[in-house]
Design a protein around this ligand. Structure first.
Ligand code: SAM
Length: 241
């Protein structure tokens, strides 16, 4: 089931690219060590985090296993070498990158295998950063949106600190708060881009999306054409010994 969910993004590439949030600059800077030359964006998806890395570092590489996601990244970021690979087997040479970033994906990985693989490709002193964009549910309409989308979801994204091998030094944690202005019309496709909905029978998915339509039609904070959606980026980093 986890593997099916991890692959499900292929069905939602267009909505994913259009509705999922990017990353705030302060979080991206925290993810890149001073003087880094080559950074791997792992599980790069459609390139939301990759796009922020371009311009900060001279060489950005992307590894992404899902062909449809990678094709979208190659379309929007043609200058970034993007290859098929996984966290457990990136296909990159030993000791070849200064940093690795993982946006919104560590929870899909086999942690022990990924940690060993990233210890292999990182230079000594290189940085691994794992980030999640989390909707800030202290905002009432955001809490209601999440309740509708994730009701009954045993595999809802979890944001526990990653467990890394002894090849890495101690974990540091940080949080970055930011707000995305989102058209209220995008809330339905945003819900539809979640892997839980992508893998549901179509009639159940439609019923959930009808609940989202109802939320958008009735919640006073969603009365305008757009709303402020607050996010917290939770980030963890550790350095290769
Ligand atoms: C929620 S998306 C995040 C994409 C992008 N990093 C972002 O922040 O928008 C999760 C991505 O993880 C990828 N993925 C799932 N399992 C993976 C694995 N074992 N190794 C590498 N990538 C994986 C999926 O194909 C998908 O593109």
């Amino acid at each position: 089931m986890t593997a099916e969910r991890a692959r499900s993004f292929a069905a939602g590439v267009g909505v994913y690219a259009a509705t999922r949030p990017g990353y705030p600059d302060d979080a991206v800077r925290w993810a890149v060590p001073e003087g880094a030359h080559t950074v791997l964006d792992l599980a790069a998806g459609t390139g939301k985090l990759t796009a922020s890395l371009v311009g900060l570092v001279p060489h950005v590489l992307a590894v992404e296993p899902t062909d449809e996601m990678r094709a979208e990244l190659q379309r929007t970021l043609p200058g970034v070498p993007a290859t098929a690979g996984t966290a457990e087997a990136t296909g990159l040479p030993d000791v070849s990158v200064d940093a690795v970033t993982v946006g919104q994906a560590w929870h899909w990985f086999d942690q022990a295998a990924a940690s060993a693989e990233l210890a292999r490709v990182l230079r000594p002193g290189g940085q691994l950063t794992v980030l999640w964009n989390i909707r800030d549910e202290s905002e009432p309409w955001v809490a209601e949106f999440s309740r509708i989308v994730h009701r009954g979801d045993d595999l809802a994204d979890h944001f526990d600190s990653p467990v890394l091998s002894d090849d890495f030094g101690p974990l540091e944690a940080a949080e970055f708060r930011w707000v995305q202005r989102i058209p209220t019309a995008a809330l339905r496709p945003l819900a539809a881009s979640r892997s839980f909905l992508l893998t549901m029978p179509p009639d159940e998915r439609e019923a959930r999306l009808a609940e989202i339509d109802e939320l958008v039609a009735t919640h006073p904070d969603l009365a305008g054409d757009a709303a402020d959606q607050p996010y917290v980026v939770r980030a963890y980093r550790a350095f290769r010994r």
